[in-house]
Write a protein of this length. Structure first.
Lengths: 158, 500
């Protein structure tokens, strides 16, 4: 039991160390499309840079309403969703995604400044795949994105 | 106080005294309704049913005497003003009563009608004033907590932005970085992490203060948690060239607690110990059983650091206390860490203390209650009115097929628990708190039952239910095993065997 846990931690530590080596991964990484939903332009920009450096394609939405229209238009493989949003907060977006046959299979990772004690359970119950509080550790977030992306997501031709 | 609505509850067993008081009350006022009871139990019932304007209380009643009498009334109705009418002129008892919240203490026999009337009116006024002060204090506390929660939330957005762009620069995503630039960026990143920890502590402390911290108690393996804490703190200790040792008896029984919170306490104490230990020193995390206190596990974090000034020892667990002699001022926090740690341990039913000699290091110790099957099972066994010497434990082991995200696994485990609760016979069997150490792979559940036959029916039902939910079936492997366990009297503290 304990050995497993230490291995887990080591794995995480090693990943953190090896994370800024995107070039080596180019051939194996997937170009999945990720929809970033956040009302803060700086955070959108930062996430875009980070994800593109890891060979993800990104599109963005600035509020709850455009999150849904973008999801329809772009058909992303994964959505990173803020909770505090104008024009329909994150929970409204989760609900709409869930009730839409064409969108309900897209995994959602919630990334919010809100506190896990008050929001995490509700977020997971509303259908999100994972919850992160801002600022989220880059390596952890990337790991969960990798684990959450559907296996059938398109891969870059080598 | 409106005269016409004055309702006096007189709790007095001596009929003569009661008549006298009633007479005095009627003399003094026109509109006083007096109800009289001669036992404390009747008085408490009447207080709950129809709270009076004021209680006149004799202390020597057939069912309760002395200080215990007013204590019980205070406990039952903290908002109703109490005036004691005692046969004893006992100044010590009177002060004690006033200190605990009684409004006045009058000695029978020397009371005039107007004095009693005045004592009652003032008692009511004072009580009302106290109540409104208390209300506004509570409102202020609530406001402060809301404010802190709002602030810590709002601080996170700019903090995230700094973190994101600093790491983007550091990772070379915006072009190559020189060694000097990297040093400066590392400094920014350290400060950002420190700021992040402060923002988190701010919210935690306000929550601890208002009693809003929620524990999710599980059956927890302490050796695993200590190892995890030491692994997580290793790099900080190495960086400062402080040794980090661990002394844990792997046979320590499980404790009953929230693994995330216990880890938080361990990390907090270890981080502090490293902070106050100069390079070349060492920090030791230990866990053991103490024969003097068989219901608890003892954990301690010792360092070879500067020790604590005896004067500071009493203050060290207070909010915002900071050691003015800290040797490492660059890593100052808000002074909330130990306060939060102590609150968390107290919430678990344990205690925390410190032993230290100036110049000779410090040892922070705390206790956590052992996971006791007997204690958890008591409701089932007692409920069924029969004490069995053996029970059946059904172990439900849920293993994820692939490594899931932590939050994701939490949710799967929660859903499995909900299914279990639907499958057991609620009035006969008991689902014990989930067994877990730390991390996603180890969740398993135990159902305690007194009947093997019922358990085998349950097993079938659990399988059927989980098979019905497609995504659950796809996400995890399920294994079920039932075994009878002997209960040696009432004190069975052996947890079910650890499953690897």
């Amino acid at each position: 039991m304990s050995r497993m846990m230490i291995e887990m931690v080591n794995e995480l530590v090693n990943e953190t160390k090896s994370e800024p080596a995107p070039k080596q991964r180019r051939t194996v990484m997937a170009t999945s499309k990720i929809l970033i939903v956040d009302d803060d332009p700086d955070l959108r920009q930062a996430l875009k840079l980070r994800l593109r450096a890891n060979h993800y394609d990104t599109v963005h939405a600035v509020d709850g309403y455009s999150a849904i229209t973008q999801a329809h238009k772009e058909g992303p493989d994964l959505i990173i969703l803020d909770l505090g949003l104008p024009a329909g907060d994150g929970f409204v977006v989760l609900e709409r995604l869930q009730s839409d046959d064409r969108l309900c299979d897209i995994p959602v990772i919630v990334l919010t400044a809100r506190d896990p004690q008050s929001s995490e359970q509700r977020v997971l119950k509303s259908g999100a795949a994972a919850f992160f509080q801002k600022p989220a550790d880059n390596a952890e977030l990337l790991e969960v994105i990798r684990a959450t992306l559907p296996k059938s997501a398109p891969t870059l031709p080598s | 106080m409106k005269d016409q609505s004055t309702h006096v509850l007189l709790i007095e067993d001596n009929a003569g005294d009661a008549d006298l008081v009633r007479l005095r009350l009627v003399e003094g006022k026109n509109h006083v309704a007096v109800s009289c009871v001669d036992r404390l139990s009747d008085g408490l019932a009447s207080l709950t049913k129809a709270p009076p304007s004021v209680v006149l209380l004799d202390l020597n009643l057939p069912d309760c005497q002395g200080a215990e009498t007013f204590r019980k009334v205070l406990e039952n109705s903290p908002d109703v003003p109490i005036v004691i009418l005692s046969g004893q002129d006992d100044e010590v008892l009177a002060m004690k009563a006033l200190n605990q919240g009684v409004q006045d203490y009058l000695v029978k026999g020397s009371i005039t009608s107007s004095a009693l009337d005045r004592a009652m009116r003032y008692a009511v006024e004072r009580q009302a004033l106290l109540r409104s002060l208390d209300m506004s204090r509570k409102q202020q506390l609530e406001f402060k907590n809301q404010f802190l929660s709002h602030v810590s939330h709002e601080l996170r957005t700019p903090l995230t932005c700094i973190y994101q762009f600093v790491t983007i620069l550091l990772d070379g995503l915006a072009g190559p970085v020189t060694a000097d630039q990297r040093d400066h960026l590392d400094t920014i990143l350290r400060s950002v992490n420190q700021l992040g920890a402060m923002v988190r502590d701010l919210l935690e402390a306000s929550r601890a203060e208002s009693g809003k911290v929620r524990l999710e108690p599980h059956c927890v393996a302490i050796p695993d948690l200590v190892k995890l804490a030491v692994t997580m703190m290793r790099s900080i200790a190495d960086e400062k060239k402080v040794g980090l040792e661990m002394g844990v008896d792997s046979r320590i029984p499980f404790v009953y607690g929230d693994p995330d919170r216990i880890l938080e306490v361990l990390i907090n104490l270890t981080d502090n110990a490293i902070k106050f230990t100069p390079s070349g020193g060492s920090v030791t995390v230990q866990a053991c059983l103490a024969p003097t206190d068989p219901d608890f596990v003892y954990l301690s974090v010792s360092d070879t650091g500067c020790g604590i000034d005896p004067k500071a020892k009493a203050l060290i667990f207070e909010r915002m206390y900071q050691d003015p002699n800290s040797i490492d001022n660059s890593r100052k926090g808000l002074g909330l860490g130990l306060y939060i740690a102590k609150e968390l341990v107290t919430l678990h039913g344990g205690r925390m203390w410190v032993a230290s000699e100036q110049g000779n290091g410090s040892t922070f110790s705390f206790t956590l209650p052992l996971y006791s099957l007997a204690k958890l099972l008591t409701p089932v066994i007692i409920h069924q009115q029969k004490l069995r010497d053996a029970i059946v434990l059904l172990k439900v082991d849920v293993k994820p097929r692939t490594k899931p995200a932590r939050g994701n696994w939490k949710e799967i485990a929660q859903r499995c628990l909900e299914i279990l609760q639907r499958c057991v016979y609620l009035d006969k069997d008991l689902v014990l708190p989930p067994m877990t150490a730390h991390g996603p792979e180890q969740t398993y559940f135990v159902v305690a039952s007194t009947d093997m036959e019922r358990v085998s029916i349950m097993m079938t039902r659990i399988r059927e239910q989980i098979d019905k939910v497609a995504d659950l079936k796809a996400a995890c492997d399920l294994s079920l095993a039932a075994e009878p366990v002997k209960l040696s009297g009432a004190a069975c503290t052996d947890p079910p065997e650890k499953q690897v």
